[in-house]
Design a protein around this ligand. Structure first.
Ligand SMILES: O=P(O)(O)OC[C@H]1O[C@@H](O)[C@H](O)[C@@H](O)[C@@H]1O
Length: 332
């Protein structure tokens, strides 16, 4: 019996193409109105997630009640070479301007394919909705970043609605050369009102301020609140960070593995207006908290593989009129 081919082959086939077989019966490949293909993962009740092959990018994550938890700009452009504004773009092999490549590297504006036969990954057997994607460099990519790699990304929706992204990057250079890269899961959270949001877990951390020529500072002892533009790379941040949305009475818990740093970004009003693919007032309803490896690039020798994981959960905040217990959120 013939095994299903890779998604790239399916998308290149003459239309109408037969429905693509995905390993999970809870995953479906559909064509978005833009013409781009996306995978829809369906979890319990109304939980679901959407992942575009373009950018290997998660663009939607909904909870039990079908409420959207990620921010996606109403002005997002679903057309290469522009990266999709919102969701979870993957920044690789460069975060920001930390190198000579285009801002945030090229993985976010390349077409990924479905990997129907990935190397085994230890998984929670309760996870039924998942998809594995893969990105390999094209001839053009090799001209701008002369390294051969395999980047495997698994996106999974857990039984309680948690969203996990697991990246495995392997150096497949055949000339014996190592390579180094920086990385981020550029996660855009949807929030009720940025002035009602605070971030816990980054207090007292050192950070590089992108608004001050990447100079190093130390954060004060209080939770982070937002009153103006923020663009900071927190160094050696803890593995759990909480984003508390008082108005929505919702807390996002961000758990990261293999990613020492965490970027916090909100463009605020002036920068929002300057961005073509972002609404003027949309800065009020989003916040980026991005597990990352920025300060110290990751180096892989040929044959070596790196793993970096992000798990997102959204829980009702116990906050009413008193203080939320940050330890409960961060440890619980
Ligand atoms: O507009 P882009 O390339 O998607 O980047 C958005 C922002 O992404 C953040 O991660 C960076 O820290 C910011 O400096 C940057 O402005």
């Amino acid at each position: 019996m013939a095994s299903p081919g890779p998604a790239g082959a399916a998308s290149a086939a003459a239309s109408p193409s037969p429905p693509m077989q995905l390993p999970s019966p809870f995953a479906e490949l559909v064509k978005a109105p833009s013409g781009l293909e996306k995978i829809v993962l369906r979890g319990a009740r109304n939980c679901c997630a959407e992942i575009y092959l373009y950018g290997g990018q998660v663009t939607s994550w909904k909870n039990d009640n079908g409420e959207e938890l990620l921010f996606l700009s109403s002005k997002a452009i679903f057309k290469p070479p522009k990266a999709i504004r919102g969701g979870i773009p993957v920044c690789f092999p460069q975060f920001g301007t930390h190198g000579n490549l285009e801002q945030h590297g090229f993985a976010r504006n390349r077409f990924w394919t479905i990997d129907n036969n990935p190397p085994p990954l230890p998984v929670n057997p309760a996870i039924k909705a998942f998809v594995d994607l893969i990105l390999k460099p094209s001839e053009e990519d090799l001209k701008i970043w002369p390294h051969s790699f395999e980047f495997r990304l698994r996106v999974a929706l857990g039984p309680s609605g948690d969203l996990s992204l697991t990246s495995r990057i392997r150096n497949t250079n055949t000339d014996g050369r190592p390579f180094s890269y920086t990385f981020a899961y550029h996660t855009y959270f949807s929030v009720s009102d940025i002035s009602e949001v605070r971030v816990e877990g980054l207090e007292t951390m050192d950070y590089l301020d992108n608004l001050k020529a990447k100079e190093r500072f130390t954060e004060q002892g209080d939770a982070i609140v937002f009153e103006s533009e923020v663009d900071k790379v927190y160094l050696a941040a803890p593995s759990k960070i909480a984003i508390i949305d008082h108005e929505k009475k919702r807390t996002f818990v961000v758990t990261k593995e293999g990613l020492p740093d965490a970027v916090v970004w909100n463009p605020w009003d002036k920068k929002a207006k300057a961005m073509q693919d972002f609404g003027d007032a949309e800065y009020k309803s989003m916040l980026c908290v991005e597990p990352a490896a920025v300060e110290r690039p990751i180096t892989l020798k040929p044959g070596e593989e790196w793993k970096g994981r992000l798990v997102l959960s959204a829980v009702p905040s116990s906050y009413c009129s008193g203080q939320l217990d940050p330890l409960k959120v961060l440890q619980g």
